[in-house]
Design a protein around this ligand. Structure first.
Ligand code: SF4
Length: 699
């Protein structure tokens, strides 16, 4: 997969097959090189996730790797008020390790922790969680998946028994009915969106459940059969009402439920769901969705043939995010839409390695492979391999670490590849927590906002500069191959190893393939994965082991991973974030195609000119009553904070709802959002914030 080639302009060069580091589609590319220069990224026709297609980000937005803002030398400082001082890697390691060890000696072993990122490879994530478990001897590890898809892990784990999507992307080609909930694939997952639209053009029917009229609803060549434009925060009410229609109109698949689920449990669930307060008519005023539309959508989903659900952060980033995921799983089980091509429950993962970062044990309760730290047998296998005794109590999540910092019991954090000050909710709380720590180590490409509170900066490497694997939204493990030497001197896995060894470990990995071999030896779902296999077959979807040596495109074919599928009652509970006279509108957020998350990479490439600022979408009626015209500056304020944005008047949003993206630091979207979070996982409720808007003279 490295080859000599003639690059486009006829100059001899070489090309390396690797994987896009942006979204969870996981497109494969040939990086074409002339000497040490990356000439272009060519979508790889043999890439199983993209089959030669790509979007603008993967194709063009790699300029950040060579951007002048990159920090290439380690830096330290005694206090965050001091200037940074460039030092050698040795000195940086000694300083960082000395501080973390001193903190643990004074405040106990639970006083430090780590954060890893869905931007990192599986191997890097594995090492970071190993660092906290086997070196710091606690389970204080978390990942930025906390703030996006942690409810997916919980909800699908509870109902099906495994925390992952059920299908491969190819499955959409056999779908008759597509339900898209809280996702905007055109902007968020463009290459998959193209395949989805192709299927729609072939005649598949589409149901969109989203507060905003996204492109799929009435875009070029596609039109949704039903758009349920619900009020933000009412997902559970709508999904439960769909289940109500399926149960009360007896549209469920009795044979499937009797063989694949527990019939007695189903009957209890059916009694619950049939209650009159779950009927579409009973929730019409609450959700803003006409009951007739909900009934029609439920009938189409249940009786329209192969039906597949695709969902995104508009499902998970709510105070009832986990409940909605459970409700979605209930719908698939009710209708038998699981375990064959064209159906299933498919979380569209935002970042390139959300799936992998969760698989690798970066949550504080799970060892790699979603096995609880309380499981004695599992813990024993890791203890034997790592030569340590492991903590059997779940560790702290990100928000708990920050709370503990404020009460003085948590003092040290190693944060790899995540800018929590920009990406996590309630910016003031994050800043206060970081400021209260004695040692914050940021390991990243750029001096990000979190680094303002750091004492140590380890320069990071880009995906072009390292070996490893990413796991995409369909559980596909793709190889990341080194295209050029790390500009900072070391790949991220090497930096983590140096840090672990400075803290007292004796790790001796010389290549990430050895880390993957260790993952495979300790994780049954990865038992058959190796770099040799990935080089031979291109990619595999886990589970990949002796039973399925070439991976598993479809899950739950003969039975659920947990045995019987588990119906769980889903009762709507209103969020604590309320509108009122002072804050009468609801703000929800999303992404745009040409930018990516907080924009650290895309803002440092040429494509920034295509979307130079975040704007606030306002319904013309809401704008008119406030005297706001197209392009005006508006002040957007919530109970948490305020910011200023330009107005875009559009009926894509309903009256009472406003919408923005969050790609530019000046927007400070998370100054606006609340600190409410999902009841099961603490995933922040980014998608519902009560706000007021008023005319402004600008920032
Ligand atoms: Fe990269 Fe996603 Fe675009 Fe594919 S669709 S090129 S993975 S950003």
């Amino acid at each position: 997969l490295q080859e000599n080639s003639v690059i486009a302009i006829g100059t001899p060069g070489r090309s390396v097959v690797t994987t896009c580091a942006y979204c969870g589609v996981g497109c494969s590319f040939k990086a074409e090189m002339r000497g040490d220069e990356l000439v272009r990224m060519v979508p790889w026709k043999d890439g199983k996730a993209n089959r030669g297609h790509s979007c603008v980000k993967g194709r063009f937005a790699y300029g950040y790797a060579a951007h002048k803002d990159r920090i290439l030398k380690p830096m330290i400082r005694e206090a965050i008020s001091d200037p940074w001082r460039e030092v050698s890697w040795d000195e940086a390691m000694r300083f960082a390790a000395g501080r973390m060890r001193a903190i643990q000696a004074q405040h106990g072993r639970q006083s430090v922790g780590v954060l890893t990122s869905s931007r990192c490879t599986n191997e890097e994530t594995y090492l970071v969680q190993k660092l906290t478990r086997a070196v710091f001897m606690n389970n204080n590890t978390d990942t930025c998946a906390r703030v996006c898809h942690s409810p997916t892990g919980y909800g699908l784990g509870q109902t099906f028994g495994t925390s992952a999507g059920t299908q491969d992307f190819d499955s959409v080609e056999q779908t008759d009915v597509v339900m898209v909930i809280g996702a905007n694939p055109t902007d968020g997952h463009p290459v998959f969106a193209s395949r989805l639209k192709k299927r729609l053009r072939q005649g598949a029917k589409l149901i969109v459940i989203d507060p905003r009229r996204i492109d799929l609803v009435d875009g070029p060549h596609v039109k949704a059969a039903h758009h349920l434009a619900l009020r933000p925060g009412t997902n559970v009410a709508v999904v439960t009402a769909i289940a109500h229609v399926i149960v009360t109109e007896k549209l469920y698949d009795e044979a499937f439920i009797k063989t694949r689920c527990d019939w007695d449990e189903f009957q209890d669930y059916a009694d619950f769901i049939a209650a009159p307060h779950h009927a579409p008519e009973a929730i019409e005023a609450l959700t803003g969705v006409p009951a007739t539309e909900i009934r029609a959508a439920a009938r189409l989903y249940a009786a329209g043939g192969n039906a597949a659900i695709y969902y995104g952060l508009g499902v998970t980033e709510h105070s009832q995010g986990s409940t909605t995921v459970i409700g979605i799983a209930n719908l698939a089980m009710l209708t038998g839409n699981i375990g064959r091509p064209g159906v299933g429950v498919n979380p569209l993962r935002g970042q390139n390695n959300v799936q992998g970062s969760c698989d690798m044990g970066s949550f504080p309760q799970d060892l790699p492979g979603y096995r609880h730290v309380k499981n004695d047998a599992v813990r024993a296998s890791f203890e034997a391999a790592w030569g340590v005794t492991l903590d059997n109590e779940p560790g702290l999540r990100i928000p708990n670490m920050l709370d503990a910092a404020l009460d003085g019991s948590f003092k040290g954090l190693y944060c790899q590849g995540e800018d929590i000050l920009q990406s996590d909710p309630d910016t003031r709380h994050v800043a206060a927590g970081l400021a209260a720590m004695d040692c914050v180590i940021v390991h990243d490409l750029f001096l990000n906002e979190t680094a303002n509170y750091a004492h140590v900066f380890f320069p990071g490497s880009t995906f072009l500069e390292k070996e490893g694997t990413f796991t995409n939204a369909e559980r596909r493990i793709n190889r990341v191959r080194k295209v050029m030497a790390p500009r900072n001197g070391f790949a991220d896995w090497e930096v983590t190893q140096m840090f672990a060894n400075a803290c007292g470990a004796n790790w001796t990995y010389t290549h990430p393939s050895q880390i993957m071999d260790e993952i495979a030896a300790l994780t049954p779902t990865f038992a058959g994965v190796s770099y040799d296999l990935l080089d031979q077959v291109g990619s595999v979807q886990w589970p990949c082991n002796a039973k399925t040596p070439l991976g598993t495109p479809l899950m739950h074919i003969d039975g659920f991973v947990r045995g019987k599928g588990h119906f769980i009652n889903t009762e709507y509970v209103a969020t604590d974030e309320k509108t009122g006279p002072r804050f009468p509108l609801l703000l929800t957020t999303g992404r745009i195609l040409s930018q990516y998350n907080v924009g650290a990479q895309t803002r440092r490439t040429e494509n920034v000119v295509w979307h130079a600022e975040d704007v606030l979408e306002i319904h013309p009626h809401d704008a008119e009553v406030r005297g706001i015209k197209q392009g005006d500056w508006v002040r957007l304020a919530s109970r948490s904070g305020e910011t200023t944005l330009r107005a875009t008047l559009t009926d894509r949003v309903s009256p009472g709802v406003v919408y923005t993206t969050f790609h530019h630091p000046d927007t400070q979207a998370n100054v606006i959002t609340t600190d409410y979070s999902d009841w099961a996982t603490n995933c922040p409720e980014y998608k519902v914030t009560a706000v007021q808007i008023s005319a402004s003279n600008g920032p």
